[in-house]
Structure formats: structure tokens, C-alpha cells
Ligand binder design. Structure first.
Ligand code: ADP
Ligand code: ZN
Length: 664
């Protein structure tokens, strides 16, 4: 029982000393301290914090301070080993129980748990449905329950896991043990579901700012997405680790292949690959520097690699929540990073079709539609992307200066007349000819093109033929896309034919104006690096003379990580090595004051690091030159591909191929 008067319950003042001694950090961030103090004194907590905000410390430190073992419930079986390795590297006694272990391994961890030799125990949620596990937990002393990725309990959300529903029993079974629910997903709806389904009504709620100032959000017009991606990688992210999201398995494969052919170390990841290959690709992404994973959304939850420099979406995500969570995997270390999305007409058509064809009742389809509408509004906005994103999570903010619309403001124009022309064409075809066509044919008619298909159907005889010669094809595509996004036009059937909606009439009758977004002539580019500066997450600029030292330290870290079979960041983060390279400590004592160097790592690696530093006393001049280029891929940001063009090849329009859904 946790009430025990006189029994040491763990002291709040211990928290700071654990932070310094074990983790090597000087100070708590944001609300970490209040959360930790609240839990140490036995309180329940619901913690909403963006990815990279520092959630782990919020349960790790109370688990170290309070007597007993902290039980962490996490759906991320594949990552438990790494999480535990990272803790063990800090000298924390951590273990896990999941289905990847054999009986003997499990017995060992169980014995450690029972004899009080663990500080933290990670469990998959399905374990807690097994009576055996519950009995085991009954026989040990538990300091707290931390329910990680708590949004998995929410059916409204996108990561729902039925096993999470059963976690409400923790309160009944262990009423005296403090419980924490933690997530990086923060819409009001999800927050409420977490609270009610986990029975956390009496918990204290900590909602951090969801801003990720170091991430630059950019949404570009889609023309040739693979090429656009390559351009982005070459000009801004050469040698960087990153994630590229595609909707279908086939496009994952094709994109990865394309990148490899162009010299980018890229690996595919999707649910159709066998488990061994998936594990291998994930491990390489985590362990090697500069690997790009091309994946469906099956990849990424819980990946806590701190130095992912970019997240690119080649297809439109299904919801803002999903998009924010996926892009949030960039830049956990606070260094400048890019979230880049290519978006075009066929994305809208494709998603609307998928929703129409989805299983489930009308309510389900309405929910999917609401998610998509919010995502489309974000894509079509002429305001700051970050303001829109944060508003979605209920947070007010002002223009950020570090997104594409802030850096290169798009203009609005009055699209009412072109919309009327386009809608009348659809009407004419339907009324006069009883025909329906896709975007390609409609644009040909508007632009007065006598293509074979136009002649075949006598469409050059229509009164609307050629009335849209004042706009370019790309502009017409933009008009259709925005009409679809605003639900003034709809798509139907397998061929994506265009049809009117109830609201179309208002536009045709001149009762409604249609403001549209005009893409800026030039996309965001060189301003990028500059813009990120001055914000909280300014990059740690390495002085020139520190660059070869940093590279040597990274090489040492790479060797050490390989020997131990752990990811490099488990040894030290980039930020820590940068600080070491700049400060060049000359004693173990000085090294210990660097952020991220705790007691355990100091004892283990202190001498080795000092040796690397002393070998690097006088760097050769040309070495400096050479390495600068490799180490500073963001230094020479160059213009990216133009944003305004949207010319989707016709054959992509009438795609009839594989279903673009990812079933996990
Ligand atoms: P989350 O789980 O919220 O995504 P993490 O717990 O992985 O975030 O923390 C993100 C990064 O920030 C990690 O590299 C972690 O070591 C670091 N970090 C967390 N808290 C602090 C702190 N108080 N001072 C310095 N670094 C911190
Ligand atoms: Zn902005």
C-alpha cells in the first residue's frame, strides 16, 4: 500500500538530482518538473506533449524516485529492446516482457521484477489481459503505471488498439498506484476519450504547447513527386536521415528503388514485407547514419531516433492528427528539420473515392470526411500553416515565420468566374449529353483542344468549348482541386468523373464567391535555414575548427555503438557531441558538465572521449575543408523545385490499379 505513513515515498527533491546524475541534464523542460512532482507524491496524470517534448523522463524519473518498479505499457514491441538498451546505458535497471522473448528470457525478467532488481518494466498491452501477468504484478511492488501512446485507446483517432480498452482495469486492481497516460496526439476529442476510457477523471491534466518550432512545414504543389523529393534531398538534406511516406505499398517500393538508383541509401518498409526484413530495415535506420526509410504509415510510431532531419509525404495524409504525428518524428533533438508534403488534384480525388468505397456505416464515413476536410483546409490555406495546425489542437498562435506560407506568402484570387465556367461545362455534359467525364476531358473542352477524344464525342460542338483559354492547364487543375476541397464539386465512380454537389448551384447562380489560392511563383528555399534561427531551436552552429573533432567523435561513437549492437544515439546524441567538440573539455570533471553526459556514461566513456579530443589537437587544414561539406548539409540551401506547377499526367488521373490502402 502506498499510503504508509513513515514509509519513504520518494522525495520530490530527489528528482533534480536524478535528472543531473543519471541523465546528465541541467534543468527540466516545460512542465516536466510539475508532472514529475505530482506523480512522485502519488497523483495520477494525463500528459499531452508533442513528440520530442520529453515525455519519457516524466515517468522514468518518478519510477526511479518512488519505491518499486515503474510499469510502462507500450504498444511498440519492436522498440522495447532499444528503449531498454538506452536506459541500461544510463545505468537504469530496465527490462521488458513481450512475445519476442523465449520462456527463459521472460523467466529472468520476472525474477528480476520480483526481487526488486528493476526500476522500469516495459509491457505490451496484451500482456495485461493474461492472468499470469497480473498475478506476477501482484507479487511485486509497483511504483507507477505509465500508459504510453495513450491515444491508442481512442476510437476517434487513427491508431486505435482494442487491447488498450482493457487498461481501465488498472484503477480497480491497483487503486493505490499512480497512473499516467501520455500521448503526443492532442485534439480535444482524443483527450476526452483518453480521460474517460482510462478512467482518469480525477487525474491532473498537463497540456504542453504543441508547437515544434524547429520543424519547417511546407506543402508543395505536386508535379513529379519523386523528382521533387530527390531535389529536396539533394539541395537541403544530403546525407541526412529521413522518412518518406507513401500511401501504397507499390509506391513505397518504386520510390525506394528510384532513390537508390539516384544514390540515396533508401530502404522500403510496409506491412507486406516479411517481418524479418521490416525489422532489419528499421534497425538499419536506427543504427546507421543518413538512412532514408520509404514507408507506409505502418512505420514510425515510437521511433525515437532524435536526428531524423526530414519527413516527406508524397501522398496526402488522411487526417491532420496523423500528419502532425508523422511529421513530428522529425527533429526530436530540436535541430532544424523539414516537413514536406507534395499535394495535388489527384490526392483529393483519390481520398474522396477511398472514403466512398470504405467499409463501415455512414457515421464512420462522415468521420473520415471530417478528417479529410481539415487536412484539405490546411493544404489550401493562405495563412501560416503552423497557426492552422496549432488551432486544430486548440492552441492560439501568431504567424511563425518558419513555414512556406510565411516565407513565401501565396496570394488569393477571385476564382468565381472560372469556377462558373467549369461547373457549367459539367452541367452541359450532364444535361445535354447525359455524359460524365474526368478532369482531363473537361479541361480539354475548356481550353478548346481538339484532341481525338474531344472529336470522338463531338465536344467541340458544345457552347462551352474554348471558354477557358485564359487559364493554363495547371491553373485549371488548381481550380478543380480547390472546388473539390471546398465541396463545390464531387467525384464519382472508378474513373473519378466530376459531378455537381448541392452547393454548386450557389456558385452557378452567382450567389457565392470562390476565393482561391494562387501558388507563389517560387517555392520556399534558401530562406529556410535563416528563418529557423532566432527561434527557440536555433541550430547549434559548429565553429569551423570544431567540425573535424565532431566528425572524429561521431566516428568513435559509430564504432562503439556497433560493438555494443545499439543505435548510435544510445551512446550520445549529436547535440552532446557538438557541445563536446566545441567546449573541448580537458578533464573528466569538465566533460561531466556537458549536457547529456550523466554519471554512468562519464565513467564508461570519459577517458575514451578525452583520448579522441587529444588526438585531434591540430587538425590539418584540408581536413577541415573536406569535412565541413559533409557535416553541414543545410548550409547551402538552394532553390527547390517550383511550386506552382501542377501537371498530373492523364494516365495517373484514371488510375485503376491497386487499392491505395494500407491494411495493418
Ligand atoms: P517524447 O517521448 O516526448 O517524444 P523524449 O522523452 O524522447 O520525447 O525526449 C526527447 C529528447 O529530449 C530526448 O533526446 C531526451 O533525452 C531529451 N530531453 C528530455 N528532457 C530533457 C531535459 N530536461 N533536458 C535536456 N534534454 C531533455
Ligand atoms: Zn508560418
Amino acid at each position: 500500500m502506498a499510503s504508509g505513513a513513515g514509509e519513504t515515498e520518494g522525495d520530490v527533491s530527489d528528482a533534480v538530482s536524478v535528472l543531473r546524475r543519471v541523465f546528465g541534464y541541467d534543468a527540466f523542460r516545460g512542465e516536466q518538473q510539475s508532472i514529475i512532482e505530482h506523480v512522485i507524491t502519488g497523483g495520477d496524470a494525463v500528459v499531452l506533449m508533442p513528440t520530442g517534448g520529453g515525455k519519457s523522463l516524466c515517468y522514468q524519473i518518478p519510477a526511479l524516485v518512488r519505491p518499486g518498479v515503474g510499469v510502462v505499457v507500450s504498444p511498440l514491441i519492436a522498440l522495447m529492446q532499444d528503449q531498454v538498451d538506452a536506459l541500461r546505458a544510463l545505468g537504469v535497471r530496465a527490462g521488458f516482457l513481450n512475445s519476442t522473448q523465449d520462456l527463459e528470457e521472460r523467466r529472468l525478467v520476472e525474477a528480476e521484477f520480483l526481487s526488486g532488481e528493476l526500476d522500469l518494466l516495459y509491457l505490451a498491452p496484451e500482456r495485461l489481459r493474461v492472468e499470469q501477468t497480473l498475478n506476477l504484478l501482484d507479487r511485486g511492488k509497483i511504483s507507477l503505471f505509465a500508459i504510453d501512446e495513450a491515444h491508442c485507446v481512442a476510437q476517434w483517432g487513427h491508431d486505435f488498439r482494442p487491447d488498450y480498452l482493457a487498461l481501465s482495469m488498472l484503477r480497480e486492481r491497483w487503486p493505490e498506484v499512480p497512473r499516467m497516460a501520455l500521448t503526443a496526439t492532442a485534439t480535444e476529442a482524443t483527450h476526452q476519450e483518453i480521460t474517460s476510457r482510462l478512467g482518469m477523471e480525477n487525474a491532473r491534466h498537463f497540456v504542453a504547447s504543441f508547437d515544434r518550432p524547429n520543424i519547417q512545414y511546407r506543402i508543395a504543389g505536386k508535379s513529379d513527386p519523386k523528382k521533387q523529393l530527390l531535389e529536396l534531398l539533394r539541395t537541403e538534406h544530403a546525407g541526412d536521415a529521413g522518412i518518406v511516406y507513401c500511401l501504397s505499398r507499390a509506391s513505397v517500393e518504386k520510390t525506394a528503388e528510384f532513390l537508390v538508383q539516384n544514390g540515396v541509401p533508401a530502404l522500403p518498409y510496409h506491412a507486406g514485407l516479411d517481418a524479418r526484413m521490416r525489422a532489419e530495415h528499421q534497425a538499419r535506420f536506427l543504427r546507421e547514419d543518413g538512412v532514408v526509410v520509404v514507408a507506409t504509415i505502418a512505420f514510425g510510431m515510437g521511433i525515437d531516433k532524435p536526428d531524423v532531419r526530414f519527413v516527406a509525404h508524397l501522398d496526402l495524409p488522411k487526417s491532420v492528427e496523423g500528419y502532425y504525428q508523422e511529421t513530428g518524428r522529425a527533429g526530436r533533438d530540436g535541430q532544424p528539420s523539414t516537413a514536406w508534403l507534395a499535394y495535388g488534384l489527384q490526392d483529393v480525388v483519390q481520398q474522396r473515392k477511398m472514403i466512398d468505397g470504405s467499409d463501415g456505416d455512414d457515421a464512420h464515413r462522415r468521420r473520415l470526411s471530417a478528417h479529410l476536410d481539415a487536412m484539405l483546409a490546411l493544404c489550401e490555406t493562405v495563412e501560416c500553416r503552423r497557426v492552422r495546425l496549432l488551432a486544430y489542437f486548440g492552441q492560439e498562435s501568431s504567424a511563425c515565420g518558419n513555414c512556406d506560407t510565411c516565407l513565401t506568402p501565396p496570394q488569393t484570387w477571385d476564382g468565381t468566374v472560372p469556377s462558373q465556367k467549369l461547373l457549367s461545362t459539367v452541367v452541359r455534359l450532364q444535361r445535354e449529353r447525359k455524359q460524365k467525364f474526368g478532369a482531363g476531358q473537361i479541361i480539354d473542352i475548356l481550353m478548346g483542344r481538339k484532341t481525338a477524344k474531344v472529336i470522338q464525342f463531338d465536344h467541340d460542338q458544345l457552347s462551352v468549348f474554348g471558354i477557358g483559354e485564359d487559364l493554363r492547364e495547371a491553373e485549371w487543375r488548381g481550380v478543380i482541386r480547390q472546388l473539390l476541397a471546398q465541396r463545390l464539386l464531387a467525384v464519382e465512380g472508378d474513373y473519378g468523373t466530376l459531378v455537381l454537389t448541392e452547393a454548386s448551384g450557389e456558385v452557378l447562380r452567382g450567389q457565392r464567391e470562390v476565393p482561391m489560392r494562387r501558388e507563389p511563383e517560387k517555392a520556399v528555399k534558401a530562406k529556410a535555414a535563416k528563418a529557423a534561427k532566432g527561434r527557440r531551436a536555433a541550430p547549434v552552429d559548429l565553429p569551423e575548427e570544431a567540425v573535424p573533432v565532431f566528425e572524429e567523435l561521431r566516428a568513435w561513437r559509430g564504432r562503439t555503438a556497433k560493438e555494443q549492437g545499439v543505435p548510435a544515439y544510445v551512446i550520445f546524441h549529436d547535440a552532446t557531441l557538438r557541445e563536446v567538440a566545441t567546449a573541448r573539455p580537458s578533464s573528466v570533471g569538465e566533460l561531466g558538465s556537458v549536457n547529456g553526459v550523466g554519471e554512468n556514461k562519464l565513467a564508461k566513456y570519459g577517458e575514451q572521449i578525452l583520448a579522441v579530443l587529444s588526438e585531434q589537437a591540430v587538425p590539418a587544414a584540408e581536413q577541415v575543408q573536406q569535412v565541413t561539406q559533409v557535416a553541414a548539409p543545410t548550409a547551402g540551401r538552394q532553390p527547390g523545385p517550383g511550386q506552382g506547377q501542377e501537371s498530373v499526367p492523364e494516365e495517373e488521373w484514371d488510375w485503376g490499379g491497386e487499392p491505395p490502402v494500407e491494411e495493418e
